[in-house]
Design a protein around this ligand. Sequence first.
Ligand code: PMV
Length: 331
Amino acid sequence: MKIVASAPGKVTLYGEHAVVYKKPAIVASIDRRVTVSCEIRDDDRITIRALNLEIPGVILTYNKDGEIVLETDYGRVLSAVSYIREAISLVSEYTNEFKGADIKIESSMPVGAGLGTSAAVSVATIAAYSKAVGHELSKKEIASLAWETEKRVQGLASPMDSTISTFGGIIYIQPGENSFTHESLDIPVEMPLIIGYVKRKYKTKDMVALVKKYKEKYPEIIDPVIELIGKLVVEAKTALLKGDLIVAGELMNINHGLLDTLGVSSKELNDLVYVTRAFGAYGSKLSGAGGGGAMIALASKERLKEVSTAISISNGLPIDTVIGGPGLLYV
Ligand code: PMV
């Protein structure tokens, strides 16, 4: 039997990086998804294929003891592979069940762009593999296992990406010690957003490590910056619930300035952030871990086309999106 699960990517509207230090964040699912299919085999091998990443054939095969039977170069460079392996191993620990399986992954967004692909890969793998081995887990269980997957692969990770990818919508998340709460935000107006993408050289893990390094080196300066991000997220929640897109945009601008202070922006991202404002966006900021990758601009519906053109002429790839769609689905 083949089980197919699909999970969305995300944009962080406010609060990335600070959320790693238990500040709240606001995050929205996007209409770009990762699909993982899982078919149980009659031996103990796991094979991993990537369908639309221009990688032909199996990229990794390993057995129950984790011994690699076949690995291409892609297996080492494609970060999705480490999330798939860790997700499968966590499901086996959790359910006490290991079965060989053929795993196929397909993504409708650039992998490693800051759009939450690693969480979407983790969520969809956990959902598809657990169901295929005969354990249908609740969304809460899947979100927790996906968070654990991210922590194991990245070292440090907040529950933000795994939660939004599982539940979808637009959520306000407040991490706690080893747990978190999240609430779905019902925003009374449409939020026209465009994503701008530039190639990213660094992994999420590197960017999270960079902020940690700065935090340890300059605690008196960096800790208040993280505090401020937490405070603006609370203000942003109030603005969004009122449907005040002007204030929502200004708070995005402030958030971007603080992220730049943390050292996670780049010239390419700053170019897109400023050009979109010059073309009339209410506000713009990098989205995700930074160091390249994604930025978002909030604009009126009428302005969105021009803002998208501004991204193209500044060497970015505009990605149209509708935010707030469904989370994990079995297809
Ligand atoms: O770039 P992404 O999609 O991996 O987002 C990372 C978000 C961070 O806040 C930087 C890390 C985290 O675990 O929340």
